[in-house]
Ligand binder design. Structure first.
Ligand code: NDP
Length: 400
């Protein structure tokens, strides 16, 4: 049916590639293109005898719009799946506009020199995408991604108005290292060392990093400490879900992770300000990334489960109602299936599904959209089919 260009060949890309190859009817052809071509070739080699999908590879610098345009014109995909880094979102969107090809990503644009998660840069492309008659689907990972689909599904089937959403992201996995991040270390540390924030009555309320802590008893994982973080989907959900009074995002962290992070922060290793080192400018956080374990290597050693979902409180037919939608994913089961841990898996599966929604024409509408702006039903069905089945609880314990 279709041809997709996948940009990036890291941990998340690995899962997207495996999942596209399992779904050859939709993804007849894929091209894996990234900065380091040998990583693309390694995935192609791994999968070539296991799939009907025809795989090609290419080298591309996704910071360079001209290179991207040349690659798109040569390969002629119907969609570009951006699973490189958030810094490349705008250049890839520019290339899609120039070639009139649909675009999809899993994380919002972030300038390299400011750790600030906002949709304003990507939303500014709305009119140009509409005029070009192409669709940009923003944030088709798990969070953002499935959390937006869950919200749209809750709104469509269970509520007249949703007043409160708590997004709970729990990783009960253990990789055995004192300190490692489950996805790109630079992006992960920028996210968790930033101030926290949530939206209440239409306004952002800012907190210090890790200032708000709660304990929650997660299905199949058990009790974990979780901390309020700023997260990009809060911004779009607050606009797109009817009646929202407050929306918060919590993520679990173990004590060892927090102690190491604090120490690295205290010595300046998490800074994104360039410093002079032996006659050269280096960014401490980028240097730290180079010495930490590669997230793609955590697969074989990570055991335990993730539990990610949303607790909704609102009103249906004049009555108050609560509803919890979540997914539990097992790190080792993911590793056996696609060779990676559950964090990459829970991001890569929804990325494949989002691309499928566009390729099969289920979600096409010209413009730039966040995921909750589409009909959630075909996506929810696909989650059950492609490895991320969801569960419901109509009487969940609430987060104080
Ligand atoms: P990795 O660091 O493992 O992979 C990133 C890939 O992008 C690498 O292959 C890298 O190439 C490539 N890349 C970086 N810069 C360029 C460039 N200029 N041109 C071409 N390729 C480039 O990251 P992850 O796979 O962990 O994360 C991928 C994305 O997924 C990130 O945007 C992350 O924020 C997002 N994410 C989203 C989540 C969600 O739930 N929504 C959860 C987790 C991650 P090289 O190999 O040469 O370094």
């Amino acid at each position: 049916m279709g041809r997709a260009l996948i940009i990036g060949a890291g941990g998340v890309a690995g899962v997207v590639i495996h999942k596209c190859c399992q779904n050859s009817e939709v993804f007849e052809e894929i091209c894996i293109a990234s900065r380091t071509k040998s990583k693309c070739d390694a995935y192609a080699e791994q999968l070539k005898d296991k799939t009907k999908t025809r795989i090609t590879t290419a080298q591309v610098d996704a910071d360079n719009v001209e290179q991207l345009i040349a690659l798109i014109e040569q390969y002629k995909p119907q969609i570009v799946i951006n699973v490189a880094l958030p810094y490349q979102d705008l250049t890839i969107m520019d290339a899609c506009l120039a070639t009139k090809v649909n675009y999809m990503d899993t994380a919002n644009y972030e300038p390299l020199d400011t750790a600030k998660f906002e949709y304003k840069w990507q939303w500014a492309y709305r009119e140009r995408f509409e005029k070009a008659g192409i669709t940009a689907l923003l944030g088709s990972g798990f969070d953002p991604g499935v959390t937006g689909v869950f919200s749209a599904y809750a709104m469509k089937h269970h509520f007249d108005e949703i007043h409160y959403i708590d997004i709970l992201d729990c990783n009960g996995g253990d990789h055995g290292y004192p300190f490692a991040t489950n996805f790109n270390p630079e992006i992960n540390i920028r996210e968790v060392s930033a101030n926290g924030s949530y939206i209440e009555n239409g306004k952002w309320v800012e907190t210090k990093p890790m200032e708000i802590k709660r304990e929650y008893d997660f299905d199949e994982v058990g009790k974990k400490d979780m901390y309020l973080l700023h997260h990009e989907e809060l911004e779009s959900l607050a606009l797109n879900i009817k009646g929202i009074k407050r929306i918060r995002f919590f993520m679990t962290f173990g004590q060892s992770y927090l102690t190491h992070l604090k120490c690295l922060e205290d010595v300046g290793m998490t800074s994104i300000e360039p410093i002079d080192f032996e006659g050269k400018k280096i960014v401490p956080l980028q240097f730290l990334k180079a010495v930490l374990p590669d997230p793609a290597s955590l697969g074989p050693r990570t055991v335990g489960k993730t539990n990610i979902g949303c607790i909704f409180q609102g009103v249906k037919d004049g009555k108050e109602k609560t509803y919890y939608l979540y997914n539990v994913c097992d790190h080792q089961a993911c590793y056996r299936e696609v060779g990676s841990q559950a964090i990459s898996y829970t991001t890569g599966v929804p990325a494949m599904i989002g691309a499928m929604m566009l390729l099969t024409g289920k979600w096409n509408k010209p413009g730039v959209y966040n995921i909750e702006e589409f009909d959630p039903d075909p996506f929810m069905e696909a989650l059950n089919k492609w490895g991320l089945p969801w569960r419901e609880n109509f009487n969940p314990v609430l987060v104080p």
